[in-house]
Ligand binder design. Structure first.
Ligand code: GLY
Length: 222
């Protein structure tokens, strides 16, 4: 039978955010499950679930991602196929609303496994994705958190006080196809160019039909 798991990050979720996190995860499950339930593929289900989580400002992925030290968003994402062990990943992209969609383009249509920064965005345009204004991804919550961090010399307690979660999904479809995916805005006030665990095979994501699938979360350097 088909199976689907989603997550919205590992952190001590503040009481006031618990319901938003639950609701976001439920919506992501519904989007992915709608595809699996009608016999659709695991790749489509994982992409659909993660798009919902990226579009939800509750999570640290897509809209609502943490800002880096310069006040900009840099996004990482990956998809991995458990049948072939093939993956597609992107890192440090700024102008893509749904990084998981770009990771899929890399997975399906690129000779390389990972693209970063402007080169990744250029590849996305060539593949038909429309770039966004980076400001469209920035929420007032994250802008004011960033200001607080900056005014306090980026002391760790300010970063920790407003953490939100990396997102991910793993799906097994009716044909036994297993896919995992992860998407993140990375850590609060990271240095520009920092890439964490999320878009790396065996760190932020892994899928192998013989072993299982996983999307991980937490502090990437650890
Ligand atoms: N696990 C997300 C990150 O550290 O970037």
């Amino acid at each position: 039978p088909p199976s689907l798991i989603v997550h919205g990050g590992a952190l001590s979720i503040p009481d006031e955010a618990v319901e938003d996190c639950r609701a976001g995860c439920r919506r992501a499950l519904e989007a992915g499950w709608a595809i699996l339930a009608r016999g659709g593929g695991a790749l489509d289900a994982v992409e659909a679930a993660i798009v919902v989580l990226e579009d939800d400002p509750t999570f640290d992925a897509g809209i609502g991602s943490h800002l880096n030290r310069e006040g900009r968003i840099e996004l990482d994402a990956i998809l991995m196929d458990g049948a072939t062990l093939k993956a597609g990943a992107v890192a440090a992209i700024e102008r893509v609303r749904n990084p998981i969609r770009l990771a899929r383009k890399v997975f399906e249509s690129c000779e390389h496994m990972m693209l970063v920064g402007a080169g990744a965005e250029q590849f996305g345009v060539e593949q038909g994705l429309v770039l966004c204004d980076p400001q469209e991804l920035v929420t007032e919550r994250e802008r004011s958190a960033w200001r607080r961090c900056r005014e306090n010399s980026h002391a760790a307690e300010h970063h920790l006080a407003h953490r939100h979660g990396t997102v991910g999904a793993v799906a097994l479809d009716a044909r036994g196809h297993l896919v995992a995916g992860t998407s993140t805005g990375g850590t609060c006030c990271k240095l520009p160019g920092r890439v964490g665990d999320s878009p790396l095979i065996g760190c932020g994501c892994y899928a192998d039909i013989e072993a299982g699938g996983v999307s991980s979360t937490g502090y990437g350097e650890a």
